[in-house]
Write a protein that binds this ligand. Structure first.
Ligand code: BGC
Length: 458
């Protein structure tokens, strides 16, 4: 036997059995196996939303694309629920589009209400529990015209919208997300001008940031009041985008300090504010303020985590710019040049549990753009591995939603990035085809569900 193969054999045999067991973590019975989508990205013809309007401008979406019919989910929802059954998932994270429901101020489209209700009912009848997001990056255009998160009427309007969705569409749904990725939404809209309102002004970020926190608190209390009246269980949270922020030059104290600031402001300021009621933003030579919002403290019953990647932060005397965020040289990356860094999921979860102990966590998004489907299988395997490690370390994770069920409209990157477990053939009647990695995810979900059932003696 050549020396290298005998060495390999020796290494394999000398790995303790527990390490093999560790490569396939055991997820508990009742674990939420899930895929996630958002309305504007898949439904199509979302004409009354601010994102639809935004796309009409020149140079805003790669290759001049527009969301158009997106993945045509608005018409194919029954088949798409079938795709989820085929995968074997028991949970589906989706958003309800305010611009469809209330295309003009005060005018509710009851046909849309019925259509969403039918989708929720079909999901539940299929053994798939929805997690509903109320705001996933889009507003009705009329709200944008009034000022979005800066409009003084937004708190009442958002809570009325939330209560309408709860009472008329999803009265039996337990888990709710008020706002998807508030910090990404803020950066995209107010710092890098890549989504409505299209600003690049750090001084303009405070008002929408505080607006989102207050709007979240308001709808949190309104949803709980509705559920209490109906004596139904309910949990409300947010989906936070958490990234690993490491110094670009490992031993450089300035890079380390810059990474610590970016981490504090981007990852933790918002979720911690929701716990304590106090928003603390401290950016040396940039905005620094704190704000106490009395109704906010303790308004997340569970924590949604969207995890994708890591940034390496390089210090600059000019403060944070796009150039401050680098990708590790030579690291594996997705089609969007995001580092594939599975251990980061473990790191953000352990850090989260340190900063906000004791809260249940759901991975509300994790995925990658991989059109050729050459990296997604290992991506899923490795992220589930580190998820298991985080759970073994005591983080109370209840579920994992893969982003995304389908290829979809990836905001300013258009249709090129392919995030789907199912490929969508846009030129061929929106035909869906399960990718090999989707098959792998399905096998993992089914095996885990079967093991958990067997353990529970079902
Ligand atoms: C967003 C999704 C988006 C995904 C991939 C997340 O930040 O919630 O809407 O498609 O990342 O970019």
């Amino acid at each position: 036997m050549p020396i290298l193969s005998s060495l390999a054999l020796f290494l394999v045999l000398s790995v303790p059995r527990s390490a093999f067991a560790e490569t396939a973590p055991r997820f508990p019975a009742g674990f939420k196996w899930c895929t996630a989508t958002s309305a504007h990205q898949i439904e199509g013809m979302n004409q009354h939303s601010d994102w639809w309007q935004w796309e009409q401008g020149v140079g805003r979406v790669r290759h001049g694309e527009r969301s158009g019919r997106a993945a045509d989910h608005w018409n194919r929802w029954i088949d798409d629920v079938g795709l989820m059954r085929e995968l074997g998932v028991n949970t589906y994270r989706m958003s309800v589009e305010w611009a469809r429901l209330e295309p003009r101020r005060g005018e509710i489209d009851w046909a849309v209400v019925s259509r969403y209700r039918a989708e929720i009912d079909l999901l539940r009848a299929s053994g798939i529990e929805p997690i509903i997001t109320l705001h996933h990056f889009t507003f009705p255009q009329w709200i944008r015209d009034l000022g979005g998160w800066e409009w003084e009427g937004i708190f009442e309007a958002f809570s009325e919208f939330g209560v309408l969705v709860y009472s008329a569409i999803a009265p039996d749904v337990r888990d709710w997300i008020t706002i998807n990725e508030p910090m990404v939404h803020l950066v995209a809209g107010y710092l890098v001008g890549m989504s409505p309102p299209g600003l690049s002004d750090i001084g303009a970020t405070r008002a929408p940031l505080v607006g989102m926190l207050k709007a979240h608190a308001r709808v949190y209390h309104a949803l709980h009041a509705s559920a209490a009246r109906a004596s139904k269980p309910l949990r409300v949270g947010l989906a936070h985008h958490l990234r690993v922020m490491d110094p670009y030059r490992r031993l450089n104290p300035l890079d380390a300090a810059a990474a610590a600031v970016a981490d504090q402001v981007f990852n933790w300021a918002f979720p911690v504010a929701v716990e304590t009621g106090v928003l603390e933003v401290r950016i040396p030579f940039g905005p620094s303020f704190s704000e106490f919002i009395p109704t906010l403290a303790g308004t997340q019953d569970f924590i949604g985590v969207n995890y994708y990647s890591r940034d390496l932060i390089v210090f600059s005397a000019r403060g944070f710019t796009r150039g401050s965020f680098k990708v590790k040289a030579g690291a594996p990356v997705s089609d969007m040049n995001w580092e594939i860094y599975p251990r980061g999921l473990y790191r953000v979860l352990v850090e989260l549990a340190k900063r906000i102990p004791g809260k249940p966590v759901v991975i509300t998004e994790n995925g990658l753009a991989d059109a050729a489907d050459t990296r997604r299988r290992a991506f899923i395997r490795d992220h589930l591995f580190y998820l298991g490690r985080a759970m073994a370390a005591g983080v109370n994770v209840e579920g994992y939603c893969h982003w995304s069920l389908l290829d979809n409209f990836e905001w300013s990157d258009g249709f090129e990035p392919r995030f789907g477990l199912y490929e969508v053939d846009y030129d061929n009647g929106f035909k869906r085809t399960l990718r090999a990695s989707g098959q792998y995810y399905s096998e993992r979900v089914r095996a885990s569900t079967a093991r958990a059932r067997a353990r529970a003696g079902e």
